[in-house]
Each structure stands twice: as structure tokens, then as C-alpha cells.
Design a protein around this ligand. Structure first.
Ligand code: NAD
Ligand code: 6OD
Length: 496
């Protein structure tokens, strides 16, 4: 087992096939898998055409109404725990797969992505195994009474469309509750990161999950496997994580069939730092929040409002946080920040670097591209970047960049800070830093977001609700809220 800091072996050429009805299937068309740290092609994924998507949905329907959907809770949850065990037994393979697709530093994937992949299955297996049901004893005119209760039924076939930033973590965050509820799933991983979904298919098979209960179709979104899947008449519900405008396109695709949808979308998250905050804790935590995973976390704070008395100290602190990061290959133990995911995403982020300057930013740290003098110069690296001096209304402060950036602005009162934080089309997450408990509660209740962290970031019990307000999403998942989406309640009333 490779230890943190040791050089991992680089992967052999990857060949990621679709997984349909318990078998890997090939297709005629391929998409390239590219190493974001060098820009080199390292493999290919098989693009699912209409026939493959049809087969995957039909296999899922058979499993949902057969071997998988009719399995008792005890056996279903036992198999899902075996999937968690299987991920852990093949931890290093999952680690390599995630690293080679995303370029993220080994330590990030080792500490966060892969363990959460396994944990998602255990959490939802436990939840479904221990769920109770409310039962009401109801009066009737004849005095005999009635018993009234509700049972949960699976929806049938759930389409799961995933992004590239935390591929295994975010895919299993939806696969685990959907399957725990007895649904069969068809997963469409991001075209950038097909690998861990393909490995998960092997684990599902080895764990004894019946054929057809878990299927993977690779490909692009619009006009490809993604669009074919979500609009498929055999799909009963769609759950999606990704950009807001993709969510809107999916909503149009499913409009006529009135399928339930759950959307976890983009964000432009504020951090609010009050003068009474412990800057010794706030600065490193917000450095991590802004730059972890090269800023490619939907919950990352890209705009930071800081109370004027500590503004200068905070800016200096964030500059130091950005400048201490070491860019490089994920296979190098010294690396603390990896590349962006793709050439297209790098161009988008660099366009925002230019726009920030045009909009009047002072570039406090970064603002360019690191130079290595070796094959990493072909990779998609950008410098972690800190701006000051931008108007709150600047585009850079309103649009999601999804890179290692933060724009810092001063404020004078609590009311002003809350108003600035709320003045956004998005409403995913916020982080508030204060030593005043009442103020922490007050600000958290006033912020229009799905989750507010006070004196922390990215900390969450998986049984609590997760989702976004405004353009950041539709619905809530997590704990019983996931069970609410992935199952349907049937009310039963028994006259005694
Ligand atoms: P994306 O929307 O470009 O792609 C996500 C997935 O949707 C991919 O698998 C893609 O192939 C597919 N897709 C694209 N068009 C489609 C269509 N018309 N029909 C069906 N499928 C389609 O997002 P991305 O670039 O992969 O991820 C980054 C975005 O995801 C950011 O906006 C980020 O904020 C958001 N995100 C949100 C959360 C959250 O929990 N709210 C979590 C992670 C990422
Ligand atoms: O931790 C999670 O469950 C979750 N949905 C995280 C989202 C991260 C966005 O990039």
C-alpha cells in the first residue's frame, strides 16, 4: 500500500467500458481520458449510444421489478455494506483511478473522496435498516377505529447524472440512497471522469448485487448519453449534480413526462468574517475552503466579506495561504494543489482572471499560470488567486468561476454583511466567522443558503439536509430527505 508522500505508480492506459445488466459492454465510439496534470491522453471511455442506453434502462427496469426491487431490506442493506467493504478493499485502485482522471493531490483523494465513497453506502444502509413508520389510531363513527400508516415504495429506475469535481463521492452520495430504497440505477458519470464509476461496477458485481440494479453509461451530456438517459421513457426519476444551466436543460428534457427531479447545482458562496473572529483559525480554514481541490468544490467561498478593522490582516493572511500552496503532479507527495480538470475549464478560469483585472481588481496573489519547465506545463494549472478592490456588483463577484480564487471585500455592519452575502442569484452555502454566538445564530438564520457553517467549512452529518436555494438547486438530499426523494409514500388505512 502506497503511503502518503510516496510516489504512486502512474496508471496504465485506461479503457473504461459501459456496464449494463451485469456485463461490461463496448461501443464503437470513444472519448479521450486526459491526465489534467500533463494534458496527455491516458485512455478512453466507450460512449453509450441509444441502443446501449436503452439496454441499460431496460435492465434496470427488470431489476427494479425483479431481483433487486423485491429483495427484503435486510438482504439489500447487507449487499450495500458489502459494496462499502469492496471499495475499501480496493482503496488503492479507486485512489489511482480518481487521481488519474482528476489530477487532484493524492492526500485529498485519500482523506476525502474514497473514504466518503464507502461511507455513503454504510450511512444509507443503516438509515434504511433502522427506519420506523408512523402509525395513527383513528376514530371511526362505529367506534371500531382504523389504523392509518404509510409505506415507502421505490420509484423504479433512477437516472443519476454526475459532475467531475468529486466523482466517486458525489456519485455514491446518490447511488447509495437510491439503491437502499430499492431502486435500480443508471449512472452517467462526467465525460471527464469515467473511471471510478467503472470500478464501482466491478465492486457491485463482486458484492453480489443482482444484474441490472447498477448500470453505467459513459458519454457526453447534450446530444449524447446524458440527454438520452434523462429523457428516456423508462426512467422514473432523475437526480443531477452539476451546473445550473445543465439543470435547466435537464428540466426541459423531462418536462413532458413529469418525472421527479433532484438538482444540486452551482454556487457563488459568501464567507463573512467579523472583527471578533479568531483569525488564527479563520484564515487557514478559508484558505483551505477557497483552494482545496483547486477551488473546484461547489461549496467553496469565492467572495469573502470582512469587517473593516480586520480587513488588512485578513487579506495578508489569505495572500500567505495562496502563496504557500505547492502546485504539481498528484503523484508527487509535496504537491498541495493540483490542476484544473480540463483545457476548456482552464480557459474559462483564465478568462475570469482577465475580467477581474478589467473590472478593477488588485491582484494580491497569483493571477497567472505556474511554470515548471517540464511536462506539467502541458497540464491545466493556474495559480491560486486573491483579489481585492472589486465592486460587489462586478461579474467576478456574481458568476461562479469554480477555480482557486477569492475576492475580498470590506463591510462595516452585520446588516450590510448579510445583505451583501444574500445579494446573489445563487444560494448554496455560506461560512460565517465570529466568536459571538448570538451573532453566529442570527447571521446563519438570515443567510439565504442551503447550509451555513459557523467557524467551520465542509463539515456535515450525512443525516442532515443538503441542497441549495435560488439557482443552486431543487430539493434536499441527506438522511431521511434522501429517502423522501428516492421513494414514494403509499398511505394505507385499515378499518378495524
Ligand atoms: P455540468 O453541468 O457541465 O455536467 C454535469 C453532468 O451533466 C455531466 O455528466 C454532463 O455530461 C451532464 N450533462 C451535460 N448536459 C446534459 C444534458 N443536456 N442532459 C443530460 N446530462 C447532461 O457540470 P460539471 O462541469 O461536470 O460540474 C461543475 C458544476 O457542478 C459547477 O457548477 C458546480 O457548482 C456544480 N456542482 C454542484 C454541486 C452541489 O452539490 N450543488 C456539487 C458539485 C458540483
Ligand atoms: O458532501 C456532500 O454530500 C456533497 N454533496 C458535497 C458537495 C460538494 C460540491 O462540490
Amino acid at each position: 500500500m502506497a503511503r502518503t508522500g510516496e510516489k504512486l505508480a502512474e496508471p496504465a492506459a485506461l479503457d473504461r467500458r459501459c456496464f449494463v445488466d451485469g456485463k461490461f459492454v463496448e461501443s464503437d465510439e470513444r472519448l479521450d481520458i486526459v491526465d489534467p496534470a500533463t494534458g496527455r491522453k491516458i485512455g478512453a471511455a466507450h460512449i453509450a449510444d441509444r441502443a446501449i442506453v436503452d439496454k441499460a434502462v431496460s435492465a434496470a427496469r427488470n431489476a427494479a421489478h425483479g431481483d433487486w426491487g423485491t429483495l427484503g431490506t435486510r438482504e439489500r442493506t447487507r449487499l450495500l455494506r458489502r459494496v462499502a467493504d469492496g471499495i475499501e478493499e480496493r482503496f488503492e485502485e479507486f485512489l489511482h483511478a480518481e487521481i488519474s482522471d482528476t489530477g487532484k493531490p493524492e492526500e485529498t483523494a485519500r482523506q476525502i473522496d474514497i473514504p466518503r465513497g464507502a461511507a455513503n453506502f454504510r450511512v444509507f444502509a443503516d438509515l434504511i435498516a433502522n427506519q420506523g413508520a408512523e402509525i395513527f389510531q383513528t376514530d371511526t363513527p362505529d367506534g371500531a377505529g382504523a389504523l392509518n400508516y404509510a409505506i415507502r415504495r421505490p420509484l423504479g429506475v433512477v437516472a443519476i447524472v454526475c459532475p467531475w469535481n468529486l466523482p466517486l463521492l458525489l456519485m455514491t452520495w446518490k447511488v447509495a440512497p437510491a439503491m437502499a430504497c430499492g431502486n435500480a440505477v443508471v449512472v452517467k458519470p462526467s465525460e471527464e471522469t469515467p473511471s471510478t464509476a467503472t470500478l464501482l461496477a466491478e465492486v457491485m458485481h463482486d458484492a453480489g448485487i443482482p444484474d441490472g440494479a447498477f448500470n453505467v453509461v459513459h458519454g457526453y451530456g447534450a446530444g449524447s448519453a446524458g440527454e438520452l438517459l434523462v429523457g428516456h421513457p423508462g426512467v422514473d426519476a432523475v437526480t443531477f449534480t452539476g451546473e445550473t444551466r445543465t439543470g435547466a436543460a435537464i428540466q426541459r428534457s423531462v418536462a413532458d413526462s413529469v418525472k421527479p427531479v433532484s438538482f444540486e447545482l452551482g454556487g457563488k458562496n459568501p464567507a463573512v468574517v467579523f472583527a471578533d473572529a479568531d483569525l488564527g483559525k479563520a484564515v487557514p480554514a478559508l484558505g483551505r475552503a477557497a483552494f482545496a481541490n483547486c477551488g473546484q468544490v461547489c461549496l467553496a467561498p469565492e467572495r469573502m466579506y470582512v469587517e473593516r478593522p480586520v480587513y488588512g490582516a485578513f487579506v495578508a493572511g489569505m495572500k500567505a495561504e495562496a502563496e504557500k500552496l505547492v502546485p504539481g503532479s498528484p503523484y508527487d507527495g509535496k504537491t498541495t494543489i493540483g490542476p484544473l480538470i480540463s483545457a476548456a475549464h482552464k480557459k474559462k478560469v483564465l478568462d475570469y482572471f482577465d475580467l477581474a483585472v478589467e473590472e478593477g481588481a488588485t491582484v494580491v496573489a497569483g493571477g497567472g499560470v505556474p511554470e515548471f519547465g517540464d511536462d506539467r506545463d502541458g497540464g491545466y494549472f493556474v495559480q491560486p488567486t486573491v483579489w481585492t478592490g472589486l465592486e460587489h456588483t462586478a461579474r467576478v463577484n456574481r458568476e461562479e468561476i469554480f477555480g482557486p480564487v477569492c475576492s475580498i471585500l470590506p463591510f462595516d455592519t452585520e446588516e450590510e454583511a448579510v445583505a451583501l452575502a444574500n445579494d446573489s442569484p445563487y444560494g448554496l452555502a455560506a461560512t460565517v466567522w465570529t466568536e459571538n454566538l448570538s451573532r453566529g445564530h442570527r447571521a446563519a438564520a438570515a443567510l439565504e443558503v442551503g447550509i451555513t457553517w459557523v467557524n467551520c467549512w465542509f463539515l456535515r452529518d450525512l443525516r442532515t439536509p443538503f441542497g441549495g436555494m435560488k439557482l443552486s438547486g431543487l430539493g434536499r438530499e441527506g438522511g431521511v430527505h434522501s429517502l423522501g426523494f428516492y421513494s414514494e409514500l403509499s398511505n394505507i388505512c385499515i378499518k378495524l
